[in-house]
Design a protein around this ligand. Structure first.
Ligand code: PBG
Length: 329
């Protein structure tokens, strides 16, 4: 009674000291669930910084090896490789060329690192096509779904043959997981998993990536194959269900921060691992604001990753993977 007028329930007791907060923390990050996206470019002598992504580079084969080694040392769980070929054409021939930049870099990385971390590949055509679209074009300039599937299947097999430990198709063609699964199985790679970029929105937050991977479409945009941010919410769950029916082993939601609601729904619906991709624009925004002194860089990075984890991601693709892994250990 002496407390009359004051709250008996005090939530602040568990917040008062750092050890107390640490003990009751409900969300934790671990280096092994972080995946580092990396870019390797053919025909350059030195790594080239990506202006819109401070701290991220287009690597040479050698600098890629060094950075991948650093990621593994830090305990990062995986990396996902993107390639920038010297020559592009309409069908993205460099994508499945055994001597293509991604295939060569894969062989380097697997030779160096073995299974120290999971070396994955993004499987798409936009980095390899001269028009910058994610597939084969019809004479009218539309992306031809089924002709593109044949190309994806071939790219996936080339990547697996060169040492990719996980194929991650990102092109948003209907039936891409089934086509790739069948091709992998037929080529003796039934043991290689597929991480579907199942839920992928046509997002403004991919802007800086298109500089890093030099894959901005020459005309139009990707709205005819990637999802509409304002589209039916159930569409995300249909994409996930279809990818799982087609044989995906794990699924992804992308981008992350603007789609945490979708991430949570996917997590609550499926029983496979769910990844989230904290994309280039999410990275660039925090880096830019921090460079201006407008936010505390490390706190903003950690908070963003905790939010993605809390929304249900089992794995997070993030350009900060190595830095954060080091800080965690
Ligand atoms: C397509 C692909 C893109 C990204 C990953 N895979 C670009 C796009 O769809 O336009 C974007 C990743 C990022 O922004 O960090 N191959």
């Amino acid at each position: 009674m002496s407390n009359a007028g004051f709250p008996a329930v005090r939530l602040r007791r568990l917040r008062r000291t750092a050890p107390m907060r640490r003990m009751v923390a409900g969300t934790r990050l671990h280096p092994s669930e972080l995946v580092l996206p990396m870019f390797v470019k053919e025909g350059i002598e030195q790594a080239q910084p990506v202006a819109s992504m401070p701290g991220v580079a287009q690597h040479t084969r050698d600098s890629l090896r060094k950075a991948a080694h650093e990621a593994a040392e830090a305990g990062v769980g995986g990396l996902i490789l993107f390639g920038v070929p010297a020559v592009k054409d309409a069908r993205g021939s460099a994508g499945d060329d055994p001597d293509g930049i991604v295939q060569r870099a894969l062989a380097d990385l697997r030779g160096d690192l073995g299974d120290a971390l999971v070396v994955m590949t993004d499987t798409c055509l936009d980095e390899f096509t001269d028009h910058g679209h994610c597939g084969i074009l019809t004479p009218e300039g539309e992306v031809d779904n089924d002709a593109t599937l044949e190309r994806y299947a071939s790219v996936a097999v080339a990547q697996a043959a060169a040492g990719s430990a996980c194929i991650a198709p990102s092109g948003m063609m209907d039936g891409q997981v089934a086509a790739i699964r069948a091709a992998l199985d037929g080529a003796g790679f039934s043991h290689i998993p597929i991480l579907g970029y199942s839920v992928k929105y046509a997002s403004a937050f991919y802007g800086p990536f298109r500089d890093a991977a030099e894959c901005a479409p020459r005309f139009g945009d990707r709205a005819a194959y990637q999802q509409d941010p304002a589209g039916p919410v159930g569409e995300a769950l249909r994409e996930v269900a279809l990818d799982l029916a087609e044989g995906a082993d794990a699924v992804m939601v992308k981008p992350a921060m603007a789609y945490l609601d979708i991430l949570r729904q996917v997590r609550d619906t499926v029983d496979v691992p769910v990844a989230a991709y904290q994309v280039s624009g999410e990275y660039a925004m925090i880096e830019a604001a921090a460079a201006n002194g407008w936010i505390d860089r490390e706190r903003a990075i950690d908070e963003s990753l905790i939010a993605i984890r809390r929304a249900g991601a089992d794995m997070i693709l993030t350009y900060w993977a190595t830095e954060v892994a080091r800080r965690l250990s």
